[in-house]
Design a protein around this ligand. Sequence first.
Ligand code: ADP
Ligand code: MG
Length: 329
Amino acid sequence: MSVRVVARIRPLLKNELDKDKIVEAADSKAVVRIPNPKNESELYSFQFSSVYDEAATQQEMFENEVSPTVKHLFKGCDVTLFAYGVTGTGKTHTMRGGKSLADRGVIPRLLSSIYRRARKVEKDTNNATQIEVSMSYYEVYCDKIFDLFEPPDKRTPAGLPIRDNQNGKAVVVGLTERSCTTLKEFEQLYDQANLNRSTSATKLNAHSSRSHAILCVKVTQTTGGEVQVSTASAIDLAGSEDNRRTDNNKERLVESASINKSLFVLASCVEAISKKQSRIPYRESKMTRILALGQNNGHCVMILNLAPVRSYHMDTLSSLNFANRTKKI
Ligand code: ADP
Ligand code: MG
């Protein structure tokens, strides 16, 4: 499996009170610079596969980082995309994006590209190859798995179980899989499921930023009796902020402990993959176990979302430290 870790610094927001930009991109060198909080004359530098500053468009993010993976997907490789970062840094913007065409995030663009390619393959093979697309969408909250096609009031509080199938791959038992034959169909299902995510947000106090949202798009290509299946997964991770510093509410602490653990395992996996180590600790958290991270010859892109301003200084630094251990040495 190959892995790219890229940084994206969002612009100042219109309503943002803090205008003090402290994060700098040397995008030609793929370096992010940030002052040492204890001695601001000293700058720390962090190297990435690529760095995007506030001028980067949604189109650019997709074309550079996601579009190149689509051909691998059609060759049968899995693709895994992560948005990692503190709440408010642009993870959902990067993944899902806004309603207008220009604002669309990498997920709808990826699907659009998958459908375009599928139609082309079918046409080029005179329909000898048939391609089906289906999706599942779930969240991992406090280490429990919830189907986003289930309305929150219908969920079992314990969440869905994971079991190893006969191939030794972990699967979520009882997860809804919906077929989506067109982009329009996908978008309807995706919007509907996202509603289930935000509904619980109002009930469970910003629940959505405390859970990982995992979208899996399965591409099945059938040629005669031969079937090839590959999956593109896009994960809008829980906010990486350390709530132990700012909030000692008991429920928040339980959430934080579980988020910290799963992000730690994720970082360890990405690091192991980028260093081509043979042991990847993907079984140590539910999310990486289901994704079977690093267990095939697929492609992984982690987008590290960053806010440019001082009010995020410590969190930005810990985000950068997290991503830096994953970078290729
Ligand atoms: P997160 O999901 O990490 O909590 P959001 O994606 O909700 O963060 O982004 C926080 C706010 O910043 C939103 O209002 C979003 O529209 C805006 N935003 C984030 N990234 C960008 C960007 N690259 N360009 C313009 N606005 C952005
Ligand atoms: Mg979000």
